[in-house]
Design a protein around this ligand. Structure first.
Ligand code: GDP
Ligand code: IMO
Ligand code: MG
Length: 427
């Protein structure tokens, strides 16, 4: 019953796509359990580079069945174009399974995302504008549209009517926009029904049966721990639960089934969009991390904010996810610094604080307390084992491991599948 959760330990973009793809060859199912096409996962296989948004990164491994779980929000037009893009490149996507209970991102959810951000002005979240928050809001408000609704025109029409009833008032009276016609939305959604039909299934049953048969199931998180709606830096978060518990609700698998929880952890920190970020660098070091690390959003093309490694956040991720392992990524990007600062605690209003403060006012004031670790200048991208790393790089990894509270079981030294040092097996 090996069920693994693989998730982001920081603010997203830690390299989850690469890590999932690496495991893809040895797992039977890879399941997305939350989020939608706000995710941007880059996978490099040989000389081919893939950017995945909605599909689980396991889709690139031929033996693996990719699953979109009930907790995901699905934009059908994005899904279909992602599928056809992969088909054109020779990737077989026929095994894909989509939960009938997953919610649909409708065109009006995308509109509402954009207008509310505009209305928030300086207080905006900096969302990806993909309709994620409004779709989850509809789900919680019980006016959402689910994948299975595409197969009953009468129910679909009633649901779209109910959803647009209030939204059209809001769009026209508050935001000064045109009303959205029910028939137009229904027609567009019905247009997707037939194309999606081969994939729609009872994914909860499929996954639980697979686990009973001792198949290996990998749950792939989108976003990251600090973007979690409950445990992240609210309100500067996404509208779902990327943390480990989200895998249970978002795929319909009990917590007793989860055997391993792997946190993907970048050797430094990045964040896209607004919100607090204690170790953010607004100087040439930040610029250098962005340039060397290629820190530009896969989904929105925005520059990522960059900063030094924050061990307080890593410890927090270990706790709220019950992490059993870390996969440390992008160690190669740090090559060339004489000394590398690592944030070991915060100073908040003159006090030293070791753990992430639950109070947002405190977190907004948190100043990093740095420890300086010696850097290295040797190229590490060809390293195959821990002992191949320069002594200072080894010491950096060991120091991070000690501060973060879980073993570092793999280290990324480049974007490619084979540019990985495996220390402990994940299976
Ligand atoms: P995700 O959203 O967590 O899947 O991460 P992204 O794909 O958005 O961003 C991670 C970026 O880092 C991608 O461009 C990856 O190809 C790249 N990457 C992943 N691991 C490594 C690594 O160990 N070293 C380097 N240099 N790049 C990596
Ligand atoms: P992956 O899976 C980084 C951020 C957005 C914004 C906030 C809310 O590639 O790690 P949303 O559109 O979700 O309502 O936006 O969350 N965000 C991400 N940041 N990586 C992601 O995904 C993200 N998905 C959302 O920038 O600040
Ligand atoms: Mg990403």
């Amino acid at each position: 019953m090996p069920a693994l959760v693989l998730l982001g330990a920081q603010w997203g973009d830690e390299g989850k796509g690469k890590a999932t793809d690496l495991l893809g060859g040895s797992v039977d199912y890879v399941v997305r359990y939350q989020g939608g096409n706000n995710a941007g996962h880059t996978v490099v296989v040989g000389d081919q580079k893939y950017a995945l948004h909605l599909l689980p990164s396991g889709i690139l491994s031929p033996g693996c069945t990719p699953v979109i779980g009930n907790g995901v929000v699905v934009d059908p037009s994005v899904l279909l174009s992602e599928l056809s893009g992969l088909n054109e490149r020779g990737v077989d996507t026929s095994k894909l399974l989509i939960s009938g209970n997953a919610h649909i991102i409708t065109p009006y959810n995308v509109t509402v995302d954009k207008v509310t951000e505009r209305f928030l002005g300086k207080r905006k979240i900096g969302t990806t504008g993909r309709g994620i928050g409004p779709t989850y809001a509809d789900k919680i408000n019980r006016v959402g549209i689910r994948v299975q609704d595409l197969y009953d025109e009468s129910i679909l029409t009633q649901k779209v009517e109910a959803a647009l009833d209030v939204k059209n008032q809001m769009l026209t009276k508050l935001y000064n926009r045109r009303a959205i016609a029910v028939e137009q939305v229904v027609e567009e959604l019905l247009g997707y029904a037939e194309k999606l039909a081969p994939y729609v299934s009872d994914t909860v049953l499929v996954l639980n049966e697979a686990l009973e048969q001792d198949k290996v199931v990998l749950f792939e998180g989108g976003q990251g721990t600090l973007l979690d709606i409950d445990h992240g830096t609210y309100p500067f978060v996404t509208s779902s639960n990327p943390t480990a518990g989200g895998a249970c609700t978002g795929a319909g698998v009990g917590p007793t089934k989860i055997s391993r929880v792997i946190g993907i952890l970048k050797a430094y920190t990045t964040r896209v969009g607004a919100g607090p970020f204690p170790t953010e660098l607004l100087d040439e070091d930040g610029e250098a991390l962005r340039r060397i690390g290629g820190e530009r959003g896969v989904t929105t093309g925005r520059d990522r904010r960059c900063g030094w490694f924050d061990a307080v956040i890593a410890r927090y991720a270990t706790r709220v996810n019950g992490l059993t392992d870390f996969f440390l990524t992008k160690l190669d990007v740090l090559t060339g610094w004489e000394q590398i600062p690592v944030c070991v605690a915060y100073e908040i209003d003159g006090r030293r604080v070791e753990e992430l403060p639950y109070s947002q006012s405190d977190f907004h004031h948190a100043k990093p307390v740095y420890e300086m670790l010696p850097g290295w200048s040797e190229d590490i991208s060809k390293a195959k084992s821990f002992s191949d790393l320069p002594k200072n790089a080894q010491a950096y990894v060991k120091a991070l491991e000690e501060m973060s509270g879980a073993p570092i079981s793999a280290i990324g030294v480049g974007p490619g599948r084979d540019e990985t040092i495996q220390i402990n097996s994940f299976l």
